[in-house]
Design a protein around this ligand. Structure first.
Ligand SMILES: *Cc1c(COP(=O)(O)O)cnc(C)c1O
Length: 422
């Protein structure tokens, strides 16, 4: 469910007409709904009510300061994967004890940063990383709380580029080696084992892979406790998928069902649960709005050339991802439809959002909106082809604000410097 609906023939972002934002901000732009973000966070939080838990927003999906502040104020922790994300979470007012540090390649500098500013735990992904963290913590005279990320070798049944919990993926340690690796952690100075971490992939559309992985984690918890480790916390990762196509019958499981499954699997284990959802909180909370520049006759097909491009929203080019694309002015019922190839202006054939998509007839200057663009949209954008980063807008009720302005050409150019010898 989201808050982007037609009202009186106009696509609205909560109570603001999307066309009004476009007129004020210019296109293309991202717009996020506060109500949808908060609703999705609350769904997870409620789904785990009654057990000790923390929902950590995976901020790699959307790391705008306003989004982080909104969710942080609502009680969310943050899952960060870099020093930059850690600093963003802190800048948005999230306290260190609610920040989980994930990622397969943490550097000593990043570890120091988090130990200085406070951190809930590091999710350690390898023995070399464990040794560096031990050295950093020892040199600072502190103890670093850790979990070890285990790879449970389950098939997440998702896109290969976002599957992370199968043998051969670069993430975590093989679950069979956990005993040995935890013993090593316990022997190293400066580390304090607090739990186990697992994250098997993104955009999962079934509960079964999660349940398979979580059952393995349950068994591992008992085993590690028997071996003398204090397992007080389980980090279950993120990865619950969202419906990208409204018309399709495929409905990924709801956070409610996911939460019920988690409670069932870990029932009686006396352990705190952390989850790290990203996409399911921010994905359907955002649109990318773009304008038609030209309608071009391509002989056997018609191209809609729009002012948004792969540098602004890379998911279709990178993963072949599908996004619903809808006109900002609602077509009258029964309006004629035609297939369009929808493309951006970037000089690559990969800059194609979709082919043969049936849409009501469109013309130059019409506005269209890409749905489900709130996760892995703005954060993955670039200035390829020297197209300035597009603005982000946050709506709350009948008010909206630009939460990241579009840089001017000068601002973009002046980030470069010319050496004095030139
Ligand atoms: C990407 C990632 C997440 C979030 O995944 P979503 O599919 O957006 O929910 C959570 N935890 C880790 C470690 C990740 O890498």
């Amino acid at each position: 469910m989201d808050h982007f609906l037609y009202r009186d023939g106009q696509l609205m972002a909560e109570d603001v007409p999307v066309a009004q934002i476009a007129a004020q901000v210019g296109t293309p732009f991202y717009v996020y709904s506060s109500a949808t973000l908060l609703r999705h966070f609350a769904l997870f939080d409620d789904a785990l009510s009654g057990i000790d838990h923390l929902v950590c927003f995976a901020m790699k999906s959307n790391s705008n300061q306003a989004v982080l502040k909104l969710l942080g104020d609502a009680g969310a922790g943050m899952d960060v994967v870099s020093g930059g994300e850690y600093m963003r979470a802190k800048a948005a007012g999230v306290s260190g004890d609610k920040i989980v540090f994930s990622g397969v390649g943490k550097t000593a500098d990043e570890m120091r940063l988090a130990l200085e500013g406070g951190v809930r735990q590091f999710n350690v992904e390898s023995e070399p990383e464990m040794e560096v963290l031990s050295a950093v913590a020892t040199s600072m005279g502190v103890e670093a709380p850790i979990t070890v990320r285990v790879n449970p070798d389950v098939d997440a049944k998702t896109h290969e580029k976002i599957s992370t919990g199968k043998k051969g993926d670069k993430f975590g340690i093989p679950i069979e080696r956990a005993s040995e690796v935890y013993a090593r952690a316990a022997a190293l100075p400066g580390l304090k084992v607090v739990g186990i971490d697992v994250h098997i992939g993104s955009q999962l559309t079934q509960l079964e892979p999660f349940e398979l992985a979580y059952n393995k984690v349950r068994e591992l918890t008992k085993q590690l406790r028997a071996e003398g480790h204090e397992i007080i916390r389980l980090d279950l990762g993120g990865g619950l998928g969202i419906p990208y196509a409204q018309a399709s019958n495929e409905a990924p499981p709801l956070p409610t069902d996911y939460g019920a499954m988690v409670k069932r699997v870990f029932d009686g284990l006396d352990v705190e649960i952390e989850i790290e959802p990203g996409r399911l909180i921010s994905g359907n909370a955002g649109l990318m709005v773009s304008k038609v520049i030209y309608v071009k006759d391509g002989g056997d097909r018609e191209f809609l050339i729009i002012d948004g491009a792969m540098n602004d929203l890379i998911r279709p080019a990178m993963y072949g991802a599908y996004h619903d694309i809808i006109p900002v002015i609602e077509p009258a019922a029964g309006t004629e439809q035609t297939p369009y190839d929808i493309v951006g202006p970037v000089c690559e054939s990969g800059d194609t959002f979709t082919k043969g998509r049936h849409m009501a007839l469109l013309k130059a200057d019409d506005l269209i909106a890409f749905r489900s663009a709130g996760a892995y949209g703005a954060v993955m954008s670039s200035e390829y082809n020297s197209r300035p980063l597009i603005p982000e807008v946050l709506v709350q009720g009948d008010q909206f604000a630009v939460i990241r302005p579009r840089p001017t050409f000068d601002e973009m150019i002046n980030r470069d410097t010319i050496p004095e010898w030139l």
